[in-house]
Design a protein around this ligand. Structure first.
Ligand SMILES: C[S@@+](CC[C@H](N)C(=O)[O-])C[C@H]1O[C@@H](n2cnc3c(N)ncnc32)[C@H](O)[C@@H]1O
Length: 315
């Protein structure tokens, strides 16, 4: 069992936007796919338009940032050019100390983050991402999953109550793509080439596979239990795959209590990063409603949320 250590996540944090969902894969080339129905084609088109808009917005933001940088640099040069020698020295010195302060703050934050993750490793909630499905995914789907895992790691690192995160079944193409992530070797996470069922054989009765197909509704997170998320990007092409896997292995299953708090516009099957983020938010708040409403994007909700009087706050 290999636990990696980490002390520098700057590259990763810079690559991620906290409020963005990783781009789903291009659905035009998944392996062995049947022709799409009219409805599915419509959905695909809608998704593609959404992706194109998102990419355009990202490019605009990048350009804006570049121009802002240029403007600030020019402004600084002009200020220096118009200053006396004494003023110049003062300006440079004050800029230097501001930078130093910022760097100190950053390294302090990093230290705190490491403390939180170390504590989570000792006593935190264990959550596994089962990445043993690479053989069922196209290259772009694997790449999308890798992005989602990167997002999971960043979200967990930023949380005040992070979980102890595991990746199990890390091998083959999955391992190759994960290794390509900048700084992956330093991630403070458990990386395990074996399946959780082998790696955690002594805790089989505590393994709970999270799957939207389960009949058991997850009411709370039990600190003794180990929750498993299927590391799969399949647009639910492999319906029931994680449910079947768990049943064959003889381990418990559970679904998130989404239906009790909100209505979804389509299925209740969420992405890996959404599930992880919901769990991390729940560890922070112990409140499913807040967790769902914070993580599940508006476009995935139907607009009308169910009113379950048992979940309402007393007047
Ligand atoms: C994109 S889904 C994969 C769907 C896949 N066809 C399956 O059968 O699991 C990624 C994973 O997130 C978790 N997940 C997604 N929605 C869930 C829900 N509503 N309740 C519990 N787990 C969920 C499951 O572990 C699932 O395997």
């Amino acid at each position: 069992m290999a636990a990696a250590t980490e002390n520098d996540d700057t590259i990763l944090d810079n690559q991620l936007k906290p409020d963005s969902e990783p781009a789903p894969v291009n659905p035009s080339s998944p392996p062995e796919e049947k022709p799409l129905s009219k409805n599915a084609q419509k959905k695909q088109l809608k998704q593609q338009r959404y992706e194109a808009k998102k990419a355009e917005k990202k490019a605009q933001e990048k350009e804006h940032k570049r121009k802002e940088g240029e403007r600030k640099h020019k402004e600084w040069e002009e200020t220096l050019a118009n200053a006396t020698e004494e003023e110049r020295l003062k300006l440079i010195e004050s800029r230097r100390s501001l930078r130093k302060e910022r760097m100190e703050k950053r390294s302090e934050e990093k230290e705190k983050k490491m403390e939180r993750l170390t504590r989570a490793k000792e006593i935190g909630q264990n959550i596994v991402i089962d990445v043993d499905f690479a053989h069922l995914m196209s290259e772009s789907e694997i790449s999308s999953l890798v992005q989602q895992i990167m997002y999971c790691y960043a979200v967990n690192g930023r949380s005040n109550s992070p979980c102890h995160l595991w990746l199990t079944g890390v091998q083959g193409e999955m391992s190759t793509q994960l290794d390509r992530l900048p700084g992956f070797e330093k991630w403070f996470i458990e990386k395990e080439s074996k399946c959780y069922i082998e790696a955690m054989a002594d805790r089989k009765e505590n393994l709970v596979y999270l799957t939207a197909d389960s009949e058991t509704v997850l009411e709370d997170l039990d600190p003794k239990d180990i929750y498993i998320i299927g590391g799969l990007v399949d647009r639910n092409r492999f319906k029931g795959i994680t449910m079947n896997k768990a049943q064959e292995q003889g381990i418990k299953t559970a679904k998130l209590p989404i239906g009790e708090y909100m209505k979804m516009s389509s299925s209740q099957v969420l992405t890996v990063n959404q599930v992880l983020e919901i769990l991390v938010k729940f560890l922070e708040t112990r409140d499913w409603k807040t967790s769902f409403f914070t993580v599940i994007p508006q476009r995935k909700r139907s607009g009308v949320d169910p009113v379950d009087s048992s979940k309402l706050e007393p007047l």
